[in-house]
Design a protein around this ligand. Structure first.
Ligand code: GAF
Length: 386
């Protein structure tokens, strides 16, 4: 058994007085490029992180859902499956309860669930999707449900949208379920087609440095929902169902009608249209086998678009990107929904320490605590450990 599986199984046995029926793991994600495109029917290119959330699970026979987390030791939950309603329980337990609620007709007896994990929470690295996907996979296996990978993605996404109340797209859950080691997942969120694009950074002498700004966010509370509504309004004014259908930025001119509102919608839509184009260019570069350093400037351009047109960055992430590029990163950008969270920087392996030091020094100048950072390796999607 892996260390992670043993730790979860032992903790389960200690808390519940019996062994779990299995342990499942699902990763957080790092989106290489393609931010705020998923709910617009566009393109995304995530990798799975080596960091995972583990769920040790066993069925009960009294109809209760009993939840424990090693990361939230003072925040247990114990509720009847039949009483689960949107938003209750809340907090970390809500992501588990949301998945169980979606399948409540199949879980009459209830469940014991012990959660453990190392995906940083609130860091824009999709800890919530990792939890949802680990539990969804566990329930599929334990209940013998006929659910394919796409069904698991939808199930986990519904838990997040309908139960937790965060109006996200399918990027995070797709990455957690579908990513493979050594590759980035090119996903067309409109027709759900996928391609595993080889992404061997090591062979190119490169590393993806992730810097957690420490500014936490919450998509159920932040401006995420506002951005989504603005995109829908822009699409409706342009007479399309999804901004993905807009062919180029010239076709957005109709939005700029001289009103402040039109100007904002124009910028929001411009981000989405240019970001889709950037994803395609990055994928082309990686497919062609050219030096992956060539994607760097596209990453930095993507950041500027998120900062200026989409307005979801925060000053500390802007400072982080600037410092990383000044210190020699080939490109850098904030990742995830924004309003806090992490940035990534594409750096030569032998420049990781210098870029990390430069970013840390910049955080100090900005009066912020030293950020946590790590190198991300494209890793495996959700799986059963034991
Ligand atoms: C968050 C959401 F959950 C995703 O669906 C996606 O929209 C992302 O922000 C921005 O690209 O992670």
């Amino acid at each position: 058994m892996s260390d992670a599986a043993t730790r979860a199984a032992d903790a389960f046995a200690e808390r519940f007085g019996r062994s779990p029926e299995g342990v499942w793991a699902a990763p957080g994600r790092l989106n290489v490029i393609g931010e705020h495109t998923d709910y617009n029917g566009g393109f995304v290119l995530p990798i799975a992180l080596p960091h995972t959330t583990r769920a040790a699970v066993a069925r009960r026979d009294d109809g209760r859902l009993v939840l424990r987390s090693l990361q939230h030791p003072d925040d247990d939950a114990d509720v009847a499956v039949a009483d689960l309603t949107q938003g209750t329980p809340s907090g970390w337990a809500g992501y588990v309860a949301g998945v169980v609620h979606e399948l409540s007709g199949h879980v009459p007896g209830g469940l014991d669930v012990l959660v453990d994990g190392d995906v940083p929470a609130g860091a824009g690295l999709s800890s919530s999707a990792a939890l949802e996907c680990a539990v969804a996979l566990a329930l599929r296996d334990l209940l013998g449900l006929d659910l394919g990978p796409g069904d698991l993605v939808d199930l986990a996404r519904r838990a997040e949208n309908d139960f937790v109340g965060a109006p996200t797209g399918i990027l995070d859950q797709s990455a957690s379920v579908l990513c493979q080691a050594g590759a980035a997942l090119f996903l067309d969120t409109r027709d759900r087609s996928t391609e595993q694009v080889p992404f061997d950074l090591d062979a190119a002498g490169l590393a993806l440095l992730v810097v957690d700004s420490g500014v936490t966010h919450d998509h159920a509370e932040s401006g995420y929902g506002d951005r989504r509504r603005e995109c829908e309004q822009a699409a409706s004014r342009l007479g399309v169902d999804l901004l993905r259908e807009v062919p180029d930025v010239a076709a957005l001119e109709a939005l700029a009608d001289g009103t402040p509102e039109g100007e904002v919608l124009h910028r929001r839509a411009r981000h989405v249209v240019t970001e889709d184009a950037r994803v395609l260019r990055v994928v082309d570069t990686l497919r062609s086998g050219d030096d992956p350093r060539a994607i760097g400037p596209l990453l930095t351009e993507g950041h500027a678009s998120l900062r200026d047109d989409f307005e979801v960055s925060v000053p500390l992430l802007d400072a982080c990107v600037e410092a990383a590029v000044e210190a020699g990163a080939h490109g850098a950008r904030m990742v995830g929904g924004g309003f806090g969270g992490s940035a990534l920087a594409l750096v030569d392996v032998d420049a990781v320490d210098a870029v990390t030091s430069a970013v840390t020094a910049r955080f100090a100048r900005e009066g912020a605590p030293a950020p946590r950072s790590f190198v991300a390796v494209p890793s495996s999607g959700a799986r059963r450990l034991v």
